[in-house]
Design a protein around this ligand. Structure first.
Ligand SMILES: NC(=O)c1ccc[n+]([C@@H]2O[C@H](COP(=O)([O-])OP(=O)(O)OC[C@H]3O[C@@H](n4cnc5c(N)ncnc54)[C@H](OP(=O)(O)O)[C@@H]3O)[C@@H](O)[C@H]2O)c1
Length: 299
């Protein structure tokens, strides 16, 4: 297998890159091309918003593509719809067509934000109806991939956290640590329900899909229900820090892109393949104590 991993420097991409290297023998991987936008040793640098960048990726030798690169910030997508479309939809469509031409397998990373969040939990075949532009671009990207070939696959995930790319790349972890360290009083959202999902579990799901050649839509989600405020308090406990200056905000945020209320994803199809990660969120955060402390000391 020769794999093209787009977005390999990102929060999720770095985790998948590490896992593919560990599983290279088991999966008969001959080569992994690590792609990112910026120039960096060990990476194929290509800007997917340009035809030149897309052609560079298409010209490499690969028979599997794992497409994680995207604009993932809902506020940025809302502000610059054109750029969000070019990266999340147009580039995805191009890569899916190239994958069809060469008979390659495609894994697309999608989001729980394809759902409106009003009627959870959502099965893989539930009707998507995004309420913000980011969700709309990711859904359209997913449709392009699945329309290109019925053997391609889309893996939807909720808010991610992990340390493979460095704690600073994980907004949930780094943002919480920064808020705890800053003694200024702060209101933190306690209304929007989230299911923080460990990037290592998603990387395991990707490996399973590679092995089984999963097709269609899959969901991968953490099981523990939380909010931004609750995660912050949990991280305070893990690090032994005070959270006396952090207060739960009881009204949904009024600025930026609209966030769906609760997009809990059922992961029936991955469960059927025997996939069922069990570590609770708090235990996982405890396992990151060393990395979180190290990050804290850099601030
Ligand atoms: N993070 C979450 O909580 C979350 C939740 C649900 C779904 N997802 C989905 O999961 C996937 C991975 O997200 P992530 O959090 O790992 O993203 P990330 O940390 O923001 O990483 C983005 C990656 O895409 C690359 N990239 C950005 N702009 C590019 C461009 N114009 N051309 C080529 N490459 C570009 C970046 O390269 P550089 O590093 O060189 O800039 C980086 O490797 C995305 O598809 C996202 O929609 C993420």
């Amino acid at each position: 297998m020769k794999i093209m991993l787009t977005g390999a420097s990102g929060l999720l991409g770095a985790e998948i890159a590490g896992r593919l290297k560990t599983c290279a023998k088991e999966l008969s991987i001959d080569n992994i091309i690590l792609h990112r936008q910026s120039d960096s040793p060990g990476f194929l640098s290509a800007d997917m918003k340009t035809q030149e960048g897309l052609d560079l990726i298409a010209d490499q030798d690969w028979d599997v593509i794992i497409h994680t690169a995207a604009e993932k910030d809902p506020d940025a997508c809302e502000k610059d719809k054109y750029n969000a479309d070019i990266l999340n939809v147009t580039a995805t469509k191009f890569l899916a067509e190239k994958a069809v031409e060469r008979g390659a397998y495609f894994i697309y990373i999608s989001t729980d934000y394809v759902f409106p969040g009003t009627n959870p939990p959502y099965d893989e075949d539930a009707e998507p109806a995004p309420i913000n532009y980011y969700g709309s671009t990711k859904l359209r990207g997913e449709v392009k991939v699945l329309d290109a070939s019925p053997s391609f696959c889309s893996l939807r995930v909720p808010i991610l956290y992990g340390t493979a790319a460095g704690v600073e790349h994980s907004a949930l972890l780094a943002g919480s640590v920064r808020m705890l360290l800053d003694s200024k009083e702060k209101m933190v959202d306690d209304t929007i329900v989230r299911y923080p999902t460990y990037t290592g579990d998603v990387a395991d799901a990707v490996v399973l899909l590679l092995k089984k050649r999963g097709s269609g839509i899959y969901h991968c989600s953490g099981k523990d229900k939380s909010t931004k405020y609750q995660v912050c308090v949990d991280i305070a406990h893990v690090l032994g820090l005070s959270h006396a200056h952090i207060f739960p905000q009881e009204n949904p945020p009024s600025s930026g892109a609209r966030r769906p209320y609760d997009c809990h994803l059922n992961m029936k199809r991955l469960n059927e393949l025997g996939f069922d990660p069990v570590m609770p969120l708090h235990d996982r955060l405890m396992s990151f104590r060393k990395e979180l402390s190290k990050y804290l000391n850099t601030l």
